[in-house]
Write a protein that binds this ligand. Structure first.
Ligand code: ATP
Ligand code: MG
Length: 435
């Protein structure tokens, strides 16, 4: 905790819950940049924002994500509310968007209907680097297009997004996990394969073998990972429709210069996926290496009671992305012009100058109390200010101010009337440099 003057005060006796973090300056500047970039891009691609609730009736998640998944089985924040209803803090966004789509008949809007959301998700996981109990996602969902073009658009948005943020060395891996027609055969093959190794599977996977063998491919236990090395591959079981869809997607990505790799083990940790699934990973993230993931879910709208509606979407993990950006593209602080007035009269002049700048949407800092020049310079430095504008008794006499560029040390004198123009000019230059 810090007081008004930026001094550290005693530690609070309350802390955030385990796995839950505050996000504050300077990190929040990186977060804002991520959000701004995503929103600008969604606008270009015709995606509208959708604000979904933070909690839903538990069934919204259990029925869509699947009973045998880790999320539903172990990770949900579920409680009974005062009306005796089972309520869950959303562990992901897609189920809520689909619930909203069906509940509000959004299918009546011109197709394809495209939405995006930004906000916190909650999973009771073991907290570690890149894995929190409250984490933020930016997600997008595109409804009513069954074509591989929609898949390519979704992956194109992600590609453009990470390029704009200059996140280097990401890897896109894609797969197809089949559809209602071909998945049952694959599930049978998996059941045959893992039944022979049942005694070596972990307890969860033994249960998965009975209920949903595909989930074994997603198990994080090391020994299960070893066992699945020789498991049958989904690629050998895809029906003609799924095969040609996947082939078309590969062609589209190649023709758009989006690099990818086929990885038949990407089955995703949620049950609703069909056909295309994908993950974007970075080797700079450590064990939790996926920064975004998603896929097609052609049956989910119908399962929620809506008309048959194919759909595809993705979710980006903001903590992991912000971590990567801090590593590669340190985002500068807001460009501060710091006013350093000496004496009461100078303070009044500086405050009115700062208010004028605020009217023009230019950020500047002006203390509201008197300080020595040394104190001002120390504070300006701490705040990472670009320019300090000093006004003292001499300057008031001459109706001027002294400006100093902190990182280069250059300085000069300027008349008070010209300060507005000076700041505007330099603010523009800074913004251009830093965008
Ligand atoms: P993982 O394999 O990393 O557990 P997941 O399959 O559970 O990911 P999704 O549900 O697809 O993840 O969520 C999409 C993205 O959200 C992930 O790629 C990741 O960047 C982020 N994410 C998921 N769970 C967490 C978490 N507990 N903490 C931080 N970020 C997360
Ligand atoms: Mg997970």
């Amino acid at each position: 905790m810090t007081d008004e003057q930026g001094q550290t005060t005693a530690l609070s006796k309350y802390n955030t819950l385990k796995g839950i973090h505050d996000i504050f300056p300077p990190d929040v500047f990186v977060w804002n940049k991520i959000e701004r970039t995503a929103k600008d891009l969604f606008y270009i691609f015709g995606y509208d924002e959708i604000k979904i609730p933070v909690m839903e009736s538990t069934e919204v998640f259990t029925r869509s994500i699947g009973q045998s998944t880790d999320i539903v089985g172990k990770e949900m924040y579920t409680f009974t509310d005062k009306g005796d209803r089972s309520v869950t803090l959303r562990p992901e966004g897609t189920a809520s968007v689909v619930r909203c789509y069906v509940e509000n008949a959004l299918n009546r809007r011109p197709a394809p209907q495209k939405f995006y959301y930004v906000g916190p998700m909650f999973r009771y996981e073991r907290p570690q680097k890149g894995r929190m109990r409250q984490f933020y996602q930016i997600g997008a969902e595109c409804f009513a297009s069954a074509s591989a073009e929609a898949d390519a658009e979704i992956l194109g948005i992600l590609n453009e997004f990470f390029n704009k943020l200059k996140v280097p060395e990401l890897r896109l891996e894609i797969n197809s996990i089949g559809c209602k027609a071909c998945r049952p055969d694959y599930n049978s093959a998996l059941t045959r394969f893992f039944s022979q190794k049942e005694e070596f599977l972990c307890g969860d996977c033994r249960a998965r073998l009975k209920k949903n063998p595909l989930r074994i491919l997603d198990c994080k236990v090391e020994s299960c990972g070893q066992l699945r090395k020789d498991a049958p591959l989904i690629t050998d079981f895809l029906c003609e429709n799924c095969k040609s869809h996947h082939e078309r997607l590969r062609e589209l990505l190649t023709s758009r210069g989006i690099s990818f790799r086929d990885n038949p083990s990407i089955v995703r940790g949620l049950d609703y996926y069909t056909k295309t699934t994908f993950e974007i990973t970075s080797e700079h993230l450590g064990a939790q290496n996926a920064v975004a993931a998603g896929g097609r879910y052609d049956n989910l709208v119908e399962e929620f009671g809506g008309p048959p509606t194919p759909a595809i979407g993705f979710a980006i993990g903001m903590e992991r992305l912000a971590g990567l950006m801090k590593q590669f593209a340190p985002s500068p602080n807001t460009p501060f012009f710091y006013f350093a007035p000496l004496g009461e009269e100078a303070l009044n002049i500086a405050i009115s100058l700062a208010i004028n700048l605020m009217d023009k949407n230019i950020s500047s800092i002006c203390t509201q109390w008197q300080m020595s020049l040394k104190g001002h310079m120390k504070r300006a430095d701490k705040l990472n200010a670009e320019y300090v504008i000093m006004i003292g008794a001499d300057e008031i006499q001459k109706n001027t101010a002294v400006w100093k560029h902190l990182s280069t040390g250059t300085q000069g004198e300027i008349s008070i009337e010209d300060i507005g123009a000076f700041v505007t000019l330099h603010e523009k230059r800074l913004k251009a440099e830093r965008s």
